[in-house]
Ligand binder design. Sequence first.
Ligand code: NAI
Ligand code: MG
Length: 488
Amino acid sequence: MVKVDIKYTKLFINNEWVDSVSKKTFPTINPQDETVITQVAEGDKADVDLAVAAAKKAFHRYSEWRLMDASHRGRLLYKLADLMERDAKYLSELETLDCGKPVKQAEAEIIWAANIVRFYAGKADKITGNTIPADGEVLTYTLKEPVGVCGLILPWNYPIPLLTFKISPALAAGCTVVVKPAEQTPLTALAMAALVKEAGVPPGVLNIVNGYGPTAGAAIAKHPDVDKISFTGSTEVGRLIMNVAAAENLKRVTLELGGKSPLVVFNDADVEKAAALAHRAAFANGGQCCVAGTRTYVQSGIYDKFVAKAAEIAKKRTVGNPYTDVQQGPQIDLDMFNKVMGYIDAGKKAGARCVAGGNRQGKLGYYVEPTVFADVKDDMKIAREEIFGPVQSILKFDTFEEVVNRANDTNYGLGAGVITKDISTALAFVKQVRAGTIWVNTYEHVAAQTPFGGFKESGIGREMGEDGILPYLESKTVTIDLPKKPLL
Ligand code: NAI
Ligand code: MG
C-alpha cells in the first residue's frame, strides 16, 4: 500500500480550515481493503449556513472578488491549473486512496482537469453581451453577470475532474461557490481547495463542506441565499433537488444524471477494433461512468464473432491494487459493490448468457470481475437500469430502423455511439438518436471544449465548452432612452 500524506480533513470556509459546528466527523473508507483512511469533519446545516454567508460576503458588490478585473480572475485560474500539474502525483495518489481508481488513470484525469480549468481561465475576460437593435428610440445592450452564490454537489466517480467542470466556469464567471463533495470521496476536494487558496483566490469565493446528502447536501439545495445549484449524481437525487431548489426556491438548476448509453456496431465494422472500443466504452473507470456505453448493440452478421472477442478482452482485463499497473481497481463502496453484484445476479436469473466474469474478485476490497452478458433482451433489468459497475450487455439487432428505435427506448439520453464505415449510416444515426453526445467510431471522448450533458432524464443543461459557462451567468438587459429630436 502506498503511504499518502493526508494534509486536510476539516471544512474549508472563508479560506480557513475549521471543524464542523457540531464537532462531528465521519470516516472515509479505502475501497481496496475496507479500512478507515481517516475521519473527516462532517458538515450539516449550521456549517452550510457559515459557508453560504462567506460566499455571499465574497459576492458583495464592493468585494475584492467582484471588483477584480475579469482577466485577473482568469490569471488565478491559470495559476490553479499550474498548481494542479505541480501536485499531480500527490493528488492522484490521494484520489486513488479515496476512490480506488488506478493511479495512472487518476494522474491522467488531473492533467485533463487542469486543461478544463485553463479553458475557462481563458474565457473569464471574453464573456460578452450584445448590442440589440430594439424597436423605439433607445439603445439596448445586454450584460452577462455572475449568477451569484452557487451550490455545487458532486459525486464520487471523477472527484477532481467533476469539481473542475463546475468551479472553473463558476469562478471564471465571477460567482462564489459552496461545494459539497461526495461522502465517499471527501479528500481531494480539500487538497484542491488548498491550491485554490495558494493561487490567490480571495476568502469566501470557494468553500468546501463535506458531509452527507440528506443533511449537508439538502441544506445547500434549500438555502435561501444560494442562487444556483449544479448537481451531478443519480436521477433520484436530481429529482429531489429539482423539487426543493427549483420548484420551491426558484434557484437556477443544472443536473447531470447518468444514463444507459447505447453503442451500436454495424456489420461493416472491424470486429476486433469494435470489440476493443466497446470494451473501453463499458468498462472505463470500472463502469462507474455516467456515459458508459453499457448497451452494446451488435448487428446479426458479426454478432457471434463479436461476443467471443468481447469475452476474450474482458477476461484479460487486469483488476487489482490500483497503485500497480492495472486497468481496474475496486468499486467505490460496499453499497455500490452490492448493487452491482445484485445486477449481475438479476442478469443471470433473467437468462442472459454470462460469457465473462460474473463474480466478486478476491475476498477483500470491493473488486468485481469484468462481466459480459450476451443474448441480453431489451426488457431485462440489466438492459434498462444504470448498473454503474463493470458489466457489459450485448444485444443483437438486424436493421437500422430497429436499432434506432431500441437505442431510443430509454428514459435516459446522455451518450450514444455508432461504429460503422458507412458515412450515411453514421450521419443518420447521429440525427435520429436522442442523446447529448454522439460518438462515431470513438467513444467517451470528452474535452474541455465540448459541451457535455443529457437529453431526457439524463439531466438539464450542459457543462464544459462554450455552453458550460451559460448556467453561471444572468443576462441583464439595459435600455437607454435616446433623444427623439435633433439636439440644438
Ligand atoms: P447520489 O445521487 O446519492 O449522490 C451524489 C451526490 O448527491 C453526493 O454528494 C450526495 O451526498 C448528494 N446527495 C444525496 N442525497 C442528497 C439530497 N437529498 N440532497 C442533496 N444532495 C444529496 O449518488 P450515489 O448514491 O452515490 O449513487 C447512486 C447511483 O447514482 C449510482 O448507482 C449511479 O447509477 C448514479 N450516479 C451517477 C453519477 C453520474 O455521473 N451522473 C455519479 C454517481 C452516481
Ligand atoms: Mg445516494
